[in-house]
Design a protein around this ligand. Structure first.
Ligand code: BG6
Ligand code: MG
Length: 227
């Protein structure tokens, strides 16, 4: 099937796209890593974006040469500690942390009749949306209980397309993580990247401020025309 003249759905990542929480995940991981003698920095953190809690911990332990230093139960405890730290940091979250342009974009998508989905692997996604009062802005929010694989596997994006009854080729996905861009590309979804270091996106912006429906449709049409 040919792609439609305009996208039928826009699928958002949460942390680092809708809301400025990506750095809170980093702070929480950094504190946990420090306690076991592993130093992680912002550059390393790029590898953790979009990755589930358990997989993130595995990456940190591998980075510190501690792959086999902890039992499965100890890892569970560490992941839980990181989450407590993160949820504590979320106490300071307000609507002022919604990233620039996102509210306006969500409003325009509603007006234009474009479906909206959320594809976050975060188990805190529901809580964050409710704190921000954004639940009603999404037609479908991925249920992490039914997602087996972290990004870069496309599973979560394809599950959202399925729930919205939209073909992947008719959807746009917005991501701040390389794993997320890779997942979108693997799923055949038009990928918009937010961040200067991302590779492989059909359209890339440094931040969300320029993320308007006009810009998205312009890039979509350019892509359809093969430019
Ligand atoms: C993603 C974040 O959205 O959610 C990752 O980019 C995070 O950094 C992942 O690890 C899982 O989040 P949570 O809240 O379930 O630990
Ligand atoms: Mg993200």
């Amino acid at each position: 099937m040919n792609n439609p003249a305009l996208p039928r759905a826009v699928i958002f990542d949460l942390d680092g796209v809708v809301v400025d929480t990506a750095h809170l995940h980093f702070i929480a991981w950094q504190r946990l890593a420090q306690r076991i003698g592993i130093d992680i920095d912002m550059a390393f953190n790029e590898q953790l974006k979009g990755i589930s809690r358990r997989d993130s911990l595995a990456k940190i332990l591998a980075y510190g040469g501690m792959d086999n230093a902890f039992t499965a139960d100890e890892r569970e405890v560490m992941a839980e500690q990181k989450n407590r730290e993160y949820v504590g940091l979320l106490n300071g979250l307000t609507t002022a942390d919604i990233l620039p342009g996102i509210r306006e974009l969500l409003r325009t998508l509603r007006e234009q009749g474009v479906l909206t989905g959320l594809a976050s692997v975060s188990q805190n996604a529901g809580h964050v949306l409710s704190v921000l009062g954004l639940q009603a802005d999404f037609d479908y929010v991925a249920d992490t209980r039914h997602i087996m694989f972290s990004k870069p596997d496309p599973e979560i994006f394809l599950a959202v397309c399925d729930a919205l009854k939209v073909l992947p080729s008719c959807a746009v996905g917005i991501e701040d993580a390389q794993a997320g861009i890779d997942a979108l590309c693997a799923g055949g979804i038009f990928a918009i990247g937010i961040g200067s270091t991302l590779r492989g996106a059909q359209y890339r912006l440094d931040d969300t401020a320029g993320l308007t429906w006009a810009a998205i449709t312009q890039q979509w049409k350019r892509h359809q025309a093969g430019n």
